[in-house]
Design a binder for this molecule. Sequence first.
Ligand code: UT7
Length: 356
Amino acid sequence: MKPIPVKISSVGTHVPDRIVTNDDLSLTLDTSDEWISTRSGIRERRIAADDQAASDLGAVAAARALEAAGVRPSELDLIITASLSPDMLFPATASFISGKIGADGVPAFDLSAACTGFIYALATGSAFIASGQAEKVLVVGADVVSKMIDWTDRSTAVLFGDGAGAVLLEPAESEQEGILGFDLGNDPSGAGLLSLAAGGSRLPASRETVESGGHFISMNGREVYKFAARIIVSSARKLLGETGYGVDEVDLFVPHQANIRIIDAAAGKLGIPPERVFTNLERYGNTSCASIPLCIDEAVLTGRLGATAGVQGKNPDGSGRSESGSNKLVLMVGFGGGLSWGSCLARTGDIKRIQE
Ligand code: UT7
């Protein structure tokens, strides 16, 4: 049976109201706006309220994506949530999101692939549709990494932010408006480089795990940096090669928003000019599983993707690469703990979002 083509029909996002700037962080940490912005590109991030968990952000993003598409929660065939900061170890955050949006009875599960989770969830949801097992799949990336951070550790505290993004996947008319392929991978030798060690079955919660900081994210930043700069390039090249596209055909490159230096280095090596690279990490930091849908949403909002993009034959940058906003070629690349990576190449047509 021929796989059914899959498209991203709509997007919705939500970030907490509270903005924490680099200067705010330098009041309590031995750091500075200068260090954070030059080393990472981040200027501020959103931080969840004490009573906000991943599903609280994810449910708002999910409801917005559904409203934009005009789809009722009960019409969904599946909800997949990617998160490294789930509400609980179980039940799934997807179950809480389902309850909040009113999707009783709809299958809902979580997927764990650290910051690459959104791309893995996109691939999983697409496979359900491609195989004919589902028609409407909601993919939600929701993270409140701020709850997993040691706020006295300047090497991690300055990098992350909270947020959520959701997309609705549906069958496409043709591949020309759909997802063209994925490249997924994982290097288990780097599992110790980025982790939250305690609270699972390996190191159950105890006084010792609390006192030793085992419930916080720990990261070897330098090694993860090297991995990311290398893997974005190799994964993107592999996927472009397999799908038969040239890098010059990519209208928008949407990398995981971890560090502007990683993004610039990878884009430079791939030969993608800055005007075709999407970044917003200066305002959100690294929002883990939410970073790519937050970019997609903003790209639609600002006319770089979707129905209004490239109207009158011109892109907002004036390049006129595509005749219209439809069928833009988007390359998304994620990476993170695992060490995992994932790329998705898609032709995006009219991605709907609600007007606010
Ligand atoms: O979703 C994926 C998750 N993670 C990533 O993608 C992170 C990848 N890694 C990175 O983005 C970078 O490695 C960092 C931004 C984390 C660090 O940048 P770096 O250029 O690799 O800095 P470094 O770790 O080599 O540290 C340089 C110096 C050190 O001081 P010494 O040893 O040279 O005296 C650190 O102690 O900067 C110091 N430092 C800080 N100084 C001020 C580390 N964090 C801070 C800070 N403020 N927040």
